[in-house]
Every structure is written in structure tokens, then in C-alpha cells.
Design a protein around this ligand. Structure first.
Ligand SMILES: [Zn+2]
Length: 141
């Protein structure tokens, strides 16, 4: 079941989140990573870790949206979450007419298919309501 975080649908599966955290833990053991991290903190820049924390949910949501849009358009969509995550990290925030926020990767607008994005947001709202209902369980009168 999907989760709700900050009143929004959270697209990162729990298993993936765990994998990602383990990966960061391993990275922390590397001297090069540690050094880069300390340098970033010193100069007040976001660390690699901070960025991935911000970008991870956005990359998963963008992937989910691209699947959704491709289905509406009867097209194939072959990119995965990792592709979007890497692109964000490399400073790319525009994909197929979709503009994402350059600080967090959040979708700002889809100029190529605004209708699909509207439907997607409606679909998410419904999902949130469904999850809330399930969490509450059957109403007892
Ligand atoms: Zn942002």
C-alpha cells in the first residue's frame, strides 16, 4: 500500500527507501565521500545526501507520472526512477515538456500535456482519500 507523507501520496516503496538508506550508509564509509560532505557542510551547500533526500520522492513521482502520461498517449515510457534521480542530480529539470523545480525536482507544469497532469493530480487525490478510508477501517455506528 502507498503511504501519505505531508498530506500527499508518497511514491517511494518502503523497500526502495531502505535500499537507498543502506547505500548512503555505505557511501559514508568512503573517505572521498566523507571529505566532499564535510566541505559542503562547511560552505553551507546541501550535501549529496540532502539532495537525494529531496530528489528521491520527486523522481519516483515523475516516473509514475510519465508512466501515466505515456499510457494516456498510447506511448512507451522506458525511463526509470534512477534516470530521473541522476538527471536531477546533474542539474537537468526539464523532460518531455515537463518543468520541474530546480531545488527539489517537484513537477511545476507539463506544457506538452497539461490535461494528463491535471488527471494525474486528481488520481492522486483520490488515492489519498482511499488510503485514509482504509486506515480508518469500517465506520462503526
Ligand atoms: Zn523546489
Amino acid at each position: 500500500m502507498k503511504r501519505i507523507v505531508n498530506h500527499k501520496l508518497y511514491w517511494v516503496p518502503e523497500g526502495h527507501e531502505k535500499q537507498y538508506k543502506n547505500w548512503i550508509k555505505k557511501l559514508n564509509k568512503s573517505k572521498r565521500y566523507k571529505h566532499a560532505r564535510e566541505k559542503n557542510i562547511e560552505s553551507g551547500k546541501p550535501t549529496f545526501e540532502d539532495l537525494w533526500d529531496l530528489f528521491l520522492p520527486s523522481a519516483y513521482r515523475l516516473k509514475a507520472y510519465m508512466d501515466f502520461r505515456a499510457y494516456q498517449e498510447d506511448q512507451e515510457h522506458a525511463f526509470d526512477e534512477q534516470f530521473y534521480l541522476n538527471s536531477f542530480y546533474e542539474g537537468c529539470f526539464k523532460f518531455f515538456g515537463i518543468t520541474c523545480c530546480d531545488c527539489c525536482g517537484r513537477i511545476l507544469k507539463d506544457e506538452q500535456n497539461p490535461k494528463a497532469y491535471k488527471w494525474f493530480c486528481e488520481f492522486e487525490k483520490e488515492e489519498v482519500e482511499n488510503i485514509k478510508k482504509k486506515l480508518k477501517g469500517p465506520t462503526v455506528h
